[in-house]
Structure formats: C-alpha cells, structure tokens
Design a protein around this ligand. Structure first.
Ligand SMILES: Cc1cc2nc3c(=O)[nH]c(=O)nc-3n(C[C@H](O)[C@H](O)[C@H](O)COP(=O)(O)O)c2cc1C
Length: 234
C-alpha cells in the first residue's frame, strides 16, 4: 500500500519565494536535517555539509550572495548546502571505523574502501592524473564495461549529485513537518564560497531558504512537462 503521508508531502511541496516571519523550531529543523542525512550518496561518502546561517552579519552577506532574492530576504532561516568532496578521506576512514567496530572487515569492504575509493578520488597535483584516468577508462570501455575512474570534474559532479539528493530529502521532510523551502542556484558562487570560508574542493551546491509560506509565497501554478518526455522505455 502506498504511504499517503509521503505522497502528500511530495505533492504539496512547492518552491516558496515569500515567507512568513515565524521562526523554524529547532526540533523541526533537526528532524529534517536527520532525514536529509539518510539520503543515498555515492559510495556512502555523504559529501555534504548543511551550513545554518545564524549570525546576522553573515546572513546579510548571504542574502546579498543570493542576489537578494525575495526568498532569501524573507525566509526566517537560510542554509547553505555545501559539497565536501575534499573530505573524502575523513569520511572513508569513518566508514571503515564503523565497520570495524561491528566486527572484522569483510574482504569486499577492504577492497572497496581501501583500494577502489582512493583510486577514484586521487587525481594528483593540480588534478593532473584525472585526464589520464579518464582516458584509460574510455579506452578500456571499448573492450569491456568499465567505470569512469574520474577526473576532477567528474568528482565535482558526483559530489553535487549526492548533495542535491540530500537537499531533496531535506525539502520533503520540511514539507512533512508543514514547512516550506526555496532551493536557490541563483547565487554568486565566489562570494558564497568566501563568506563560508570554504577550502578548495568544497563548493556551494545550493542555498535553501526555509520557513512557512505566506499567502503569496507560491508564485505560479505548477507546470509539468508531458509524462512521455520524462519517462521512456527501451
Ligand atoms: C537546483 C535548483 C535551483 C533553483 N534555483 C532557484 C533560484 O535561484 N531561485 C528561485 O526562485 N527558484 C529556484 N529554483 C526553484 C525552481 O524554479 C522550481 O523548483 C521550479 O520552478 C518548479 O517549481 P516547484 O518547485 O514549485 O515545483 C531552483 C530549483 C532547483 C532544483
């Protein structure tokens, strides 16, 4: 049987661009963040960080970085969602630590996290190894199915994919709590990165404005592409 609550959240989620000033209770935020943390991620490396912008000065700068969009200006809460592919070793080690705390590592776990992951994530100084790995994968793929061993751009995409899934899960969880959100890609990435003091290899995936929708919060009726454009069978 389908779970009606889930579909209600999916169908009632809309991008909200004008918020009521009511604050988002900490327990609501925490539950939604914990739901987001359960999102699937490439190799389970969970390459994301939700930066909750509380400090009023930082908030002002973040609104500006979000091009002063109405959603950013009116939301009681603004969050920067950041990709952290730079922390792959830390997260890989944590996975291994947790596995080991549960018993001896399985051979497949050792092979995957100690050999394959470093091979995929290592691109050498200035990413110089990346194109070599990519080319090697491409050539091998003519002879047998081969995964892309990843250049830096591929690793960026991988981190953004997983992080966006966490964003989706977060927004749906908020809706299940009766709260709304606006995902924002319309921001100045350089200013955002400086504001959040991000190291090289970390990037803002999107900003998320969060709160309760005002009466005029949803701007347009929903527009959907024809189903046949979105789904096909081969
Ligand atoms: C990655 C991404 C970036 C977006 N950036 C913005 C944005 O900067 N400003 C904005 O008002 N809406 C933004 N949106 C919201 C979309 O315009 C919205 O999801 C789309 O029009 C469909 O409407 P709905 O979310 O209400 O179903 C973004 C959505 C996504 C997924």
């Amino acid at each position: 049987m389908p779970e009606p609550g889930f579909y209600a959240a999916v169908e009632s989620r809309r991008t909200v661009r004008d918020f009521l000033p009511d604050p988002v209770p900490q327990e609501v935020l925490d539950r939604a963040l914990d739901a987001a943390r359960l999102a699937p991620s490439s190799s389970n490396l969970q390459p994301w960080e939700f930066v909750i912008i509380r400090d009023p000065k930082s908030r002002q700068a973040a609104n500006a970085a979000c091009l002063d969009q109405l959603s950013a200006r009116t939301a009681p809460l603004l969050i920067a969602l950041v990709t952290r592919r730079d922390l792959w070793k830390r997260n890989r080690d944590e996975i291994l630590r947790i596995f080991e705390s549960r018993g001896p590592l399985r051979r497949s776990q050792t092979a995957y996290y100690k050999r394959i992951i470093p091979l995929v994530y290592t691109t050498g100084p200035f990413g110089i190894l990346g194109p070599v790995k990519r080319l090697a994968s491409r050539l091998l793929s003519w002879f047998k199915p081969t995964p892309n061993l990843m250049a830096r751009e591929d690793l960026r995409i991988m981190a953004h994919k997983s992080t966006a899934l966490a964003a989706a899960q977060f927004m749906l969880a908020l809706r299940a709590e009766g709260y709304d959100s606006c995902p924002m890609e319309g921001f100045d990435p350089w200013r955002a990165k400086a504001l959040l003091d991000l190291p090289r290899g970390a990037e803002v995936n999107m900003f998320l404005a969060v709160g309760k929708r005002s009466e005029t919060g949803v701007w347009w009726d929903r527009v959907l592409m024809p189903r046949a454009w979105a789904v096909r069978e081969i």
